[in-house]
Design a binder for this molecule. Structure first.
Ligand SMILES: Cc1cc2nc3c(=O)[nH]c(=O)nc-3n(C[C@H](O)[C@H](O)[C@H](O)COP(=O)(O)OP(=O)(O)OC[C@H]3O[C@@H](n4cnc5c(N)ncnc54)[C@H](O)[C@@H]3O)c2cc1C
Length: 377
């Protein structure tokens, strides 16, 4: 089977990985170089932030996703010599309002990956001696980890380029689809080149709503900007991830510390806003005062592919009002959790495309159950 994937962020690349490993011939198109958009800009926390605030459908893919990274890591490293750098740092959540809900959720969930304890005083200081001493208690998730997403992308690209059944085509912008008899027959790029396959996948992140505009069913994915700053500290300096009021610190193994993030509805704008940067800095210093001695080495903003309920669209799409399914598939709308959900989203897509049994109940993700018909067409 020939599959054409539009979009080479973590979702498109992981989908290419799953499908090519299953024997499909896969082509991935991206309008820029691969892995430069949200998937590069993100933080790489391998769990939804405050998982109790998310639907089961998100937590389920996240849980599978995290354990799948553990399996992929040695395989990808052996083939490419590159490490996706999973840092099992654990996370301290310091929001007092979430303590009871968080503990209750962790107990009810019975998932060892999400085990949590309430920690206070000296014990808190032992877990993270860099924390502001005025902070008296926090919820400790020892099993939470982060992945160094830019390294992940580099590794995936290197691996896919080694595969004889994968074609990687950067700097090629899909403009629209050619449709005959309710089936896609080609993707047409900006040079009017026709890219043909048996099955087509939209994995264009925040741009997925735009690319599907030509069809009768509206895909309500829109960009929500998130801004980040990057500190450089000595290696192992900050032992755990820290989160408070939606702002987090994520330590990388080499001492870099990612601090984010804002949530701004500013369209497709990725300009860094100075005031937002200062607010991130201010919160970072409140959580870990010694960060004031560490240089800020980079700042950036990325566009999350937001959807109303945070649950991605994964599955086959109808093209017109008949609801008949076509050879067009969606894997998009992962909003704040695309990095952690990517391996499981890609596997579910592969299982759907190849008619295999599913790792999760697919109903929650199916576009056909959730898309609204555009009456203006
Ligand atoms: C600041 C920030 C922090 C985040 N933190 C986390 C986190 O800690 N954990 C987590 O799990 N998730 C996190 N996320 C979310 C995560 O990064 C996204 O959900 C995920 O990267 C989405 O992946 P994607 O492949 O769908 O989109 P993208 O990475 O944006 O990729 C889409 C690709 O499609 C291409 N494209 C678009 N239109 C076309 C076209 N017409 N033709 C060809 N190519 C096209 C683009 O060039 C791009 O390369 C964060 C995001 C941000 C911005």
């Amino acid at each position: 089977m020939k599959v054409l994937i539009v979009g080479g962020g973590v979702i498109g690349l992981m989908s290419a990985l799953e499908l090519s490993q299953a024997g499909c011939d896969v082509t991935v198109l991206d309008k820029q170089d691969f892995g430069q958009a949200a998937s590069w800009a993100g933080g790489g926390i391998l769990s939804p932030m405050y998982p109790w605030r998310y639907p089961d459908a998100v937590n389920q893919l996240a849980r599978f996703g995290k354990s799948m990274y553990q399996v992929w890591q040695p395989l990808l490293q052996q083939a490419t010599g590159l490490d996706i750098e999973i840092n099992p740092s654990g996370m301290l959540i310091l929001d007092q309002a979430d303590v009871n809900t968080g503990l209750g959720w962790a107990t009810h969930d019975h998932d060892p990956q999400q085990a949590a304890q309430l920690i206070s005083g000296k014990a808190l200081n032992r877990i993270n001696p860099r924390l502001n001493p005025d902070i008296s208690q926090g919820l400790w998730f020892p099993e939470l980890a982060n992945i160094r997403n830019p390294r992940l992308l580099k590794t995936l690209i290197a691996f896919l380029k080694q595969q004889p059944n994968v074609t990687m085509q950067p700097f090629t912008s899909a403009q629209h689809f050619e449709v005959k008899n309710n089936q896609i027959t080609a993707v047409i790029d900006e040079n009017n080149k026709h890219w043909q396959a048996d099955q087509y996948v939209i994995a264009t992140g925040a741009w997925s709503g735009l690319l599907s505009e030509q069809f009768d069913w509206q895909v309500p994915v829109k960009p929500i900007q998130g801004q980040m700053i990057l500190f450089k500290a000595p290696a192992q300096w900050l032992p755990t991830m820290v989160m408070h009021q939606g702002i987090y610190l994520i330590p990388r193994l080499d001492g870099h510390i990612v601090c984010g993030s804002s949530t701004d509805d500013v369209g497709f704008n990725t300009d860094v806003n100075t005031e937002t940067g200062l607010q991130l800095q201010h919160t970072a210093y409140q959580l870990v005062p010694e960060l004031q001695n560490m240089p800020i080495v980079h700042a950036w903003a990325g566009l999350r592919p937001s959807v109303p309920d945070g649950v991605p669209y994964i599955g086959q799409m109808p093209l017109d009002q008949t609801s008949a399914l076509s050879n067009l598939w969606l894997n998009c709308g992962h909003f704040r959790n695309g990095l952690v959900m990517a391996p499981a989203s890609a596997r579910l897509l592969k299982q759907q495309m190849l008619g295999e049994s599913f790792m999760v109940d697919e109903a929650a993700y199916l576009p056909v159950n959730r898309l609204a018909y555009q009456t203006f067409n």
